[in-house]
Design a protein around this ligand. Structure first.
Ligand code: GLN
Length: 481
């Protein structure tokens, strides 16, 4: 029977004739069918994926494997555009809408030989931490279906967790790749702001959003990052910093690193004691291996969540103003309305509760009389954070921290308390506020049986160190098993 461990093993099996792309696609289509109750996919492109697998099998029989993602089966979060395919941001307001172009990342995957198998469930417009804000209903954590998978890229995380694709692309504005990766026990990578083009990614908060990668292991994440990173004439915020060969860097001999952790994070009252114990233990193991691991003081920790929610809701209120019932998707059926009332009715019917809350909040912080007190203040905090971050990375290679203060919670548990839900983003929003790359790696299991991860962050555009150190830690974990 088909089994997937890593892209390189899969390629070996294809080359040896032990499997085919068609067999792989059939395996995943069956797995998706068997796991329908998890609600990870909104739509599966079955016929198309099979046709493409056939083409790839034929191509390989003549030319061999010539591209890095040949036959790799990938799912896309429902905020990443794929030409001639529906995309909805898991919102009623974009039903129906068909993408008229592909995101640059989607096109790069296809050019590298990937097979796109479907679009994955998520929180509406990527706003949420539990995947309970989707117009298509909640996604369930495959480890315990009574628990949330995390959000907003919950469907993409569960698809990798439950073996419903090899890789998923998600988006991370404040933790939406790392937090569900933590809750599901897989790798979740958010690249630096500007590392991957945002062209064709439905915007939530444009100065925070990045496309991110879910994988089972670090080498797979590295191959995909290498494929989708780099310049793009369609996104003026994407960086022209050259893209290193992340994959070959992973085989370099291990070296020792200077690693910092925030005292305030490890002593935070909301931090689950088991998470604290395991991370403290990892710090000791790293020291025993010759790495320098030191506490640094970070007095802005409690400002992160408020700053994030002021700035992202402000950007969202502006980004989402385009969904007015005229140009895209849903328009009210009510008749006899003037233009303003038609906008109001279409938006009231189309957007879900959480999206409305954020549009209102964002409009408020941008409004005359409150702008300076909220928006300008938050921008000032962002600037301070950037300065402190530069100082830290002048002395250290990496910062480690918990990804989330507690493991996956029960479905419905935090749904009625938005503030509590927002506070759980405390450790992830930092990387987006300052634009640095961050990853969650699945190192631990809680007494309650749920997995959780360790978060690593490096200086902007130093994904190389991030991946190298992650690889060292993951290998160490394998030794212990
Ligand atoms: N949970 C955060 C929020 O709701 C992060 C979302 C994201 O990264 N897209 O804003």
């Amino acid at each position: 029977m088909f089994r997937f461990h890593s892209i390189s093993d899969y390629h070996k099996a294809l080359q040896n004739g032990q499997t085919t792309c068609v067999e792989a696609v059939l395996f995943y289509l069956d797995a998706i069918e068997q796991h329908k109750h998890l609600n990870a996919y909104i739509e599966v492109f079955a016929d198309e994926a099979l046709a493409r697998a056939n083409e790839l099998d034929l191509f390989r029989s003549q030319e061999g494997i010539t591209t890095p993602l040949h036959g790799v089966i990938i799912g896309l979060k429902d905020v990443i555009c794929y030409k001639d395919h529906a995309v909805s941001a898991a919102s009623k307001i974009l039903q129906p809408f068909t993408s008229i172009y592909s995101a640059t990342a989607t096109q790069q995957l296809i050019d590298a030989g990937a097979i796109i198998i479907g679009r994955q469930n998520c929180d509406e417009f990527a706003m949420g931490s539990s995947n309970e804000n989707s117009a298509y209903g909640p996604v369930k954590n495959a480890r315990d279906t009574g628990r949330v998978p995390g959000g907003s890229s919950g469907g993409s995380a569960v698809a990798v967790q439950a073996g419903l694709c090899m890789i998923s692309l998600g988006s991370d504005t404040g933790g939406s790749v790392r937090q569900p990766a933590d809750f599901c026990g897989i790798v979740g990578l958010k690249p630096s702001y500007g590392r991957v083009s945002r062209y064709g990614l439905i915007a939530y908060a444009s100065s925070f959003d990045q496309i991110g990668i879910f994988a089972n292991n670090i080498p797979d994440a590295a191959i995909v990052l290498e494929t989708i990173a780099g310049e793009d004439e369609y996104d003026s915020t994407v960086s022209s910093v050259s893209v290193p060969t992340y994959t070959s860097a992973l085989t370099l001999p291990p070296k020792t690193y200077k690693i910092a952790y925030f005292e305030e994070a490890l002593n935070h009252p909301a931090l689950d004691p088991t998470i604290k114990k395991e991370i403290t233990n990892t710090i000791e193991l790293l020291k025993a291996d010759g790495h320098c691991v030191e506490p640094v003081s970070f007095n802005l920790l409690n400002y992160l969540v408020p700053t994030y929610y002021v700035l992202t809701t402000a950007e969202a209120s502006s980004n989402l103003s385009r969904f007015d019932g005229v140009r895209f998707g849903h328009r009210t059926k009510k008749e006899g309305l003037d233009l303003t009332d038609m906008y109001k009715a279409s938006r009231s019917e189309g957007f879900g509760e959480e999206v409305k809350r954020r549009i209102l909040l964002g409009t408020f912080v941008l409004s005359e009389g409150f702008f300076d007190a909220y928006f300008t203040k938050a921008q000032q905090v962002r600037r301070l954070l950037k300065q402190q971050t530069d100082d830290i990375f002048a002395a250290y290679d990496c910062i480690i921290s918990p990804t989330v203060p507690a493991p996956a919670f029960k479905l419905g548990e935090k749904n009625n308390d938005p503030i509590e839900m927002f506070l759980a983003d405390i450790f992830t929003v930092y990387a987006n506020l300052v634009g640095i790359p961050a990853i969650s790696i699945p190192l631990y299991t809680h007494e309650n049986g749920m997995p959780f991860g360790l978060q690593l962050m490096t200086a902007a555009f130093d994904e190389l160190t991030l991946l190298q150190l992650s690889q060292i830690l993951m290998a160490k974990q394998d030794e212990r098993i």
